[in-house]
Design a binder for this molecule. Structure first.
Ligand code: ADP
Ligand code: MG
Length: 691
């Protein structure tokens, strides 16, 4: 036998367990030197400390006392990640119960250690080669339950060899196998030892199996009893397996890329293996995020629709209305509830510098007829600038002009609802003559649709005619039949060519003031109030007989209501997200318990605690993100359907989408961390024994 360097040197090794008051001395001072290329069998009765010794040699456990030098390095000085690296690169484990991952193909089982050593690079071809070496090329797709015990053990051996270790530790590998299969496994070991130079340490209590080894050690009560060479089986003068290039103290740490790849692949496999459970786990997050997205979109859609309606009333707008609050609002001489006049409008235009434009309107309900159709609608007599001040659009024909108003022309602008009710589809209303209160009027233009107002009325159910025309011919108490006179008291109308003041009241239902800017609305209201107060002079102790409303305030009030609405709904959605997160934590905790043995296996084949931690964390985050993304998609779909049904604009807030995503990921991290910590802190030996 050639001089061989010791690969394992054990001196005075002790491992004591405290069981209540009694101290169990599983190992009680073992001295042992094992050289490269040896094939050692350890024998002894049950409880003699064989497995304890194997776990210490395999760096799964730490001794209570004594020294263990592996390749000359004192293992006691190494930290957990370094021990994991040794298990990953230097040592292959084979167990009595095979310890393969269930519902996982032979190929995946064999490639598993590669994920913890190199992030799974070239995993498939290497695993295939290892399986072929074990004579299992045909069975790579089979799961453990589809393989015989001998085949399963050979898959386990292939897994132990995948990282090209220097030492193979086999703890009663044939304990569960019949004698013929056991012989096959032993032949495999001898071949690996002789042809590949692998150092093998085999635990067995069967002398038949020990007979295959080149050296037999027997143990009793935690000590070595005998240690004998079996010259017949002496390792041939094959060169012993050379130490792998990298010394154990410098075994590479996994690069970040490989690390991420490992975590992703391992967690993806775990998720796919439990499809139904994973789907149910995601459901909580899915519902939470979908509710969040839908509710925010619905809230914002409602908001946008209210805001749009208010904007459609006109921008920078304030409305002067007759004081409805006063009981005796009617003032002497006017004979009407309204006290606002065209002259008031003119005075405001002249004296209030913050008012850019002012329109006025008089309204009444009346029947409109055309070709046998009739429809009761709102007739609005308007100043020509009313259309622009109120943000109406003219979609066909022309607007009303100063000339129309001055001459009291019988012309009208039709609202969309009225057009639909009086005219057939495709019929051109422009130029048609309709009857308003039996007065013939020519349609000269069509108004663009404003839609339903949030106050419940159809804004398009309207017909606009010149103010003077309305007063004289349609709405006025005593409309003269003659149309030749012409005046109007409005400020921006042309001067009457005849200079005759008519006997008209000039009463308006409301005045629409457009301020010079949005900021100037408040000032415009103050100025107009002063002007009107001066003109109307309420009796002492009486309030003003008019009332000015800022449309911007209305818009703001509506908006803040909408915001409260959105906030409330989001709170409800957050609660369902929280519930979803707890669901993830619950499932993961169950899964950690259920997969305790799997975690032990992963650690035995080289997974570090940080690997296990990140693997479980990734699993949680992947599930919650998948649930979140599906929830975002479904929530958007639902929001679109609701918007379509209700007729709101579809408002998709990027903030809600990004927020839903980030929140679901955060839920995964938050609720996944505790189970992941628990998995990572498991003791590998106890985890391996877990039933
Ligand atoms: P073997 O593999 O030779 O059958 P082990 O090494 O498994 O024996 O166990 C040696 C002794 O240590 C036994 O008496 C066993 O009960 C005890 N032992 C092993 N592990 C533990 C533990 N975690 N806690 C307490 N006692 C233990
Ligand atoms: Mg044992």
């Amino acid at each position: 036998m050639t001089e061989q360097s010791p690969v394992i040197r054990v001196e005075g090794l002790k491992r004591h367990y405290q069981l209540g008051d009694t101290e169990v001395r599983a190992l009680d001072g073992v001295d042992l030197v094992i050289s490269r290329g040896e094939f050692v069998a350890i024998m002894g009765s049950s409880g003699s400390g064989k497995s304890t010794l194997m776990n210490l040699i395999g760096c799964l456990d730490r001794p209570t006392a004594g020294r263990y030098l592996l390749e000359g390095v004192d293992v006691a000085g190494l930290a957990e990640p370094e021990l994991a690296a040794i298990r990953s690169h230097r040592i292959g484990f084979v167990f009595q119960s095979f310890n393969l991952l269930a519902r996982t193909s032979a190929l995946e089982n064999v490639s598993l250690p590669l994920f913890y050593s190199e992030g799974g690079r070239d995993a498939t071809p290497r695993a295939r080669a290892a399986l072929a070496l074990m004579g299992l090329a045909e069975r790579e797709r089979n799961q453990p339950s589809q393989l015989s015990g001998g085949q399963q053990q050979r898959v386990a051996i292939a897994r132990a060899l995948i990282n090209d270790p220097a030492i193979l530790l086999a703890d009663e590998p044939t304990g569960n196998l019949d004698s013929q299969t056991s012989t096959e496994i032993m032949e495999t070991f001898r071949r690996l030892n002789r042809e590949h130079g692998l150092t093998i340490i085999l635990v067995t209590h069967e002398p038949d199996m020990a007979a295959w080894a080149s050296r037999v050690i027997t143990m009793r009560d935690g000590r070595v009893l005998t240690d004998e060479a079996q010259p017949d089986n002496a390792t041939t003068d094959q060169p012993a397996r050379m130490p792998t290039q990298v010394p154990i103290t410098r075994l590479g740490r996994m690069e970040p890329g490989s690390f991420v790849r490992m975590a992703l692949l391992a967690s993806l496999r775990a998720i796919v293996r439990n499809k139904m459970r994973s789907a149910l786990t995601m459901l909580g997050i899915f519902i939470g995020v979908a509710a969040l997205i839908t509710m925010v979109a619905v809230g914002q859609g409602a908001n946008a629709s209210v805001t749009a309606q208010i904007a459609s009333l006109g921008t920078n707008l304030a409305i002067v209305m007759p004081g409805a609050t006063t009981s005796g609002g009617a003032r002497g001489g006017y004979g009407s509830a309204s006290t606002l006049t065209v002259a008031d409008a003119r005075a405001i235009a002249a004296e209030a510098p913050s008012v850019a434009d002012i329109a006025y309107m008089n309204r009444a309900s009346a029947q409109v007829q055309f070709a046998g159709q009739n429809w009761t609608t709102v007739i609005q007599g308007i100043s020509p600038n009313f259309v622009t001040v109120r943000n109406w659009t003219i979609v066909a024909g022309r607007a009303l002009t100063l000339e129309d108003d001055a001459s009291g022309a019988r012309v009208a602008l039709l609202g969309e609802t009225l057009r639909k009710n009086l005219f057939l589809e495709g019929q051109d209303p422009i130029g048609a003559t309709i009857l308003i209160k039996n007065v013939p009027m020519q349609v000269v233009g069509l108004l663009g649709s404003k839609g339903q107002s949030s106050f419940g009325s159809d804004q398009d159910d309207v017909i606009l005619i010149p103010f003077n025309t309305a007063e004289r011919k349609v709405l006025g108490a005593a409309a003269p039949s003659s149309t030749k006179t012409n005046t109007n008291p409005i400020f921006n109308g042309p001067p009457s060519p005849f200079g005759i003041q008519p006997r008209l009241t000039g009463l308006a239902n409301s005045l629409y003031m457009q301020a010079t800017s949005a900021e100037a609305v408040g000032r415009a209201i103050e100025e107009a109030t002063a002007v009107l107060h001066q003109r109307h002079r309420p009796a002492p102790g009486q309030p003003d007989d008019f009332n000015i409303r800022n449309m911007g305030d209305l818009a703001q009030a509506a908006e803040s209501t909408g915001q409260i609405f959105t906030l409330l709904l989001s709170a409800v959605a957050s609660i369902s997200l929280l519930v979803g997160g707890i669901g993830i934590m619950n499932i993961l905790l169950v899964s950690v318990t259920e997969r305790t043995r799997e975690i032990g296996i992963r650690m035995a084949i080289g997974a570090r605690r940080s690997h296990v931690l990140f693997q479980f964390l990734t699993e949680a985050v992947l599930m919650s993100i998948a649930g979140g993304v599906a929830g975002i998609a479904f929530g958007l779909l639902l929001a679109a359907i609701i918007a379509q049904l209700v007729g709101w604009p579809l408002v998709i807030s990027p903030l809600a989408v990004v927020g839903g995503f980030v929140f679901s990921a955060a839920v995964g991290v938050f609720f996944g961390f505790y189970p992941a910590r628990r998995a990572a802190s498991l003791n590998p030996i106890e985890a391996l024994r877990y039933e």
